[in-house]
Design a protein around this ligand. Structure first.
Ligand code: Q9C
Ligand code: ZN
Length: 341
């Protein structure tokens, strides 16, 4: 299995994340990428290949024009105000307020933010575009020479909606990959999101579409980020009705329960007969993840990788979360090795 990865990921490393009322070192940090590269090299995977530059035409099919303009301009507008810190949103539109993009950068940040922990820096946009390029390049491989591929994306993407950033995400890498597969001739694409957190951005993007099935296993939003989406009764809308499937699970969930949801999810995916499968691969379901509450062990990652592989779909893995940094490489490698065996 080939890995596509970009060293540009280091360009996104804010000094701070707002967490528990403090500015802390971000959980979503560059060493995550290093540990994964190292674990794959130690297990005989081929060296990562760099992506080709991002084709924005694909991105424009899953994100709004106003939002893309905002991402490209955010830092220069912030800098022009004379601020010394990193760009964080503070005021957000709420119930019964206007949904209108303000002129001022603080207003724009809040307007496009789904959460307030994620900072934007001078070089964030370059890292974000290179991360999305990894997903797109890997999707191109899947459409041609390969039956599986791994896009080692950083920053991650599944919380990024049509016009929404947050949860460490800016462009939705998995959605871009799915759209790329569609444009290259796949008539149906399934996305399986196994990150601990609900893939609210991916759900948002495809909620009214039936050409992309979205299936997510995650912490119950009554108890877990992103808190405001991810319930089981969210099943899609209009053309997309029946093409969105959520499996929210409670704090303390172990593999015995999680794997039953996975079996059901994989059955639903098989019944859809997709031409390709995109897996939003977060390993923050791990028992020692610092910000999550599922209890999967390192061996469980091998088990579920194998369960996914048994379904024999052309499969693209797209890296999402995972914050037990020292174990992130092993756990990610275990999924890919389990898949291949
Ligand atoms: N005190 C992904 O896994 N909440 N994003 C952090 C820390 C945001 C996770 C709370 C979690 C976002 C891609
Ligand atoms: Zn996550």
């Amino acid at each position: 299995m080939k890995t596509i990865a970009s060293t540009d990921h280091v360009l996104h490393f804010p000094k701070a994340e707002l967490s528990g009322g403090e500015l802390v070192r971000p959980y979503e940090c560059p060493e995550r990428w290093d540990y994964i590269v190292e674990a794959l090299a130690n297990s005989g995977f081929s060296a990562p290949q760099a992506p080709t530059p991002l084709d924005m035409a694909t991105v424009e099919k899953v994100h709004g024009d106003d939002y893309l303009r905002f991402l490209a301009q955010a830092w220069s507008l912030w800098e022009a105000e004379g601020y010394q810190g990193e760009a964080l949103p503070m005021a957000v539109p709420n119930r019964r307020m206007q949904q209108r993009e303000p002129e001022n950068i603080n207003g724009k940040l809040g307007y496009f933010a789904g959460a307030t922990e994620t900072a934007i820096t001078a070089t964030t946009w370059q890292a974000v575009q290179s991360s999305a390029a990894c997903a797109q390049t890997a999707a191109r491989l899947l459409g041609t020479s390969e039956t599986s591929a791994f896009a080692l994306c950083r920053p991650p993407g599944h919380h990024a909606g049509f016009d929404l950033y947050g949860g460490y995400c800016f462009l939705n890498n998995a959605a871009i990959a799915a759209q790329q597969l569609r444009d290259a001739g796949a008539s149906k694409v399934a996305i399986l999101d196994v990150d601990f957190h609900h893939g609210n951005g991916t759900q948002d993007i495809f909620y009214e579409r039936n050409d992309v099935l979205f299936v997510s296993l995650h912490g119950n939003p009554g108890h877990a980020f992103p808190y405001f989406l991810g319930y089981a009764d969210e099943t899609g809308k209009n053309e997309g009705e029946g093409y969105n499937i959520n499996y929210p699970m409670l704090p303390g969930t172990r593999y015995s329960v999680w794997s039953d949801a996975l079996t059901d999810a994989l059955d639903r995916i098989d019944q859809y007969f997709p031409d390709a499968l995109v897996v939003s691969l977060g390993v923050d379901t791990f028992e020692r993840d610092p910000i999550s509450f599922f209890k999967l062990t390192s061996d469980d990652f091998t088990r579920y990788g194998n369960a996914i592989g048994k379904r024999k779909h052309p499969t693209l893995f797209v890296m999402e979360g995972g914050y037990a940094v020292e174990e992130i490489g092993i756990n990610t490698r275990n999924v890919l090795q389990g898949f291949l065996n």
